[in-house]
Design a protein around this ligand. Sequence first.
Ligand code: NAD
Length: 395
Amino acid sequence: MIIKPKVRSFLCVTAHPKGCAKEVENQISYVKSKGIAMGPKRVLVIGSSTGYGLSTRIVSAFGCGAETLGVMFEREATNGKTASPGWYNTAAFENAAIKEGLKAKTINGDAFSNEIKAQVIEEIKAGMEQVDLVIYSLASPRRKDPLSGNVHKATLKPVGEDFKSITLDTDRKKIQEVHISPATDEDILNTQKVMGGEDWSLWMNQLKDAGVLAEGVRTIAYSYIGPDVTWPIYRNGTIGKAKEHLESTSSEINTLLKDLNGDSFIAVNKAVVTQASSAIPVVPLYVSLLFKIMKADGSHEGCIEQMDRLFRSVLNAKGGVPLDEEGRIRVDDWEMRSDIQNAVAELWPKVSSENLFEISDFVGYQEEFMHLFGFQIEGVDYDEDVNEVVSIPSI
Ligand SMILES: NC(=O)c1ccc[n+]([C@@H]2O[C@H](COP(=O)([O-])OP(=O)(O)OC[C@H]3O[C@@H](n4cnc5c(N)ncnc54)[C@H](O)[C@@H]3O)[C@@H](O)[C@H]2O)c1
């Protein structure tokens, strides 16, 4: 079929198999251009098919030569309906890994469930024996608690007070006001249930009990802090409360891993365009302004550059992994540099629908958004009739 983008608000309901494959190929080429990195050899990535998880899997495999096991929740193509981008990305990743003789296996299902955890453990026992690194990179709007069976829905709301701000309507390409009422206690708890540390802790406990964590194992979960303008809705909002919970869970996991000489880390990553971040109010506007400043500064990074830097410069740092005063890895250091943040803060009150394309990099934002779904990628013929049904070798 001939596949064209169908954008609905912050989602594109179609994806292009060749475009997604090319995007994965580009990420692999980036990592290979940097040469071989010292690193883990058996890596489990929970949330491996898009965004930060996919890039981490690519760096592990093509930078460190690691065998990788990925967990994702993606949709296969059916009767003229395309698969989700993460499905096509994973097919491309596995095909490229096979070509290089790198072992790769993917499990598609709900990572929050006991069944998928058990399946992963069986898979590690059968193939890898143990893992040296566990990446926790899930972003999900809901979670079914495996114990109670209750389904919890995450919300993006301020805590304690109303949130009023300018935001960007990415469909209409207009700056407008946004007003969100504060979260209830239930919203806060539900969001913590989905995006907090409970599931990460369940994973680590079950992996440890099954004896599939290697001596010296490391685990890393991803977090975000960001600038003042997003704090009421992000860091001080429901999602931020969940991230605080995730961050405090890291110390519990550290204790759990002590007898294995293992370590648990939180890596605070920079704001990038992903399916998860494009759904957060204010973030697309902030990211468009940030990209303008960071591109001009020469410090702009996407997921792959961030994850490549995390592996090469941070995890391999001489003298140990550098941490901030709260014990977190900060790969958002360039984003949070005061000159970068001051420049964004200066633009923030000036941005309007009229000057959006001039003072922000909304064009770059839109391009990266389309890339997530395999569109607008150089070298891909979008008038070509392509087969939407693509299989993933290990599934
Ligand atoms: N995007 C950003 O700007 C940004 C910045 C800093 C930190 N982070 C953090 O990075 C992490 C990953 O976010 P992202 O932006 O890369 O998200 P993403 O939407 O691109 O990726 C989410 C991944 O989780 C998987 N997933 C979702 N629900 C699942 C389920 N129930 N079972 C199995 N797999 C499931 C998806 O298949 C996908 O692989 C999150 O913790 C996020 O907060 C993101």
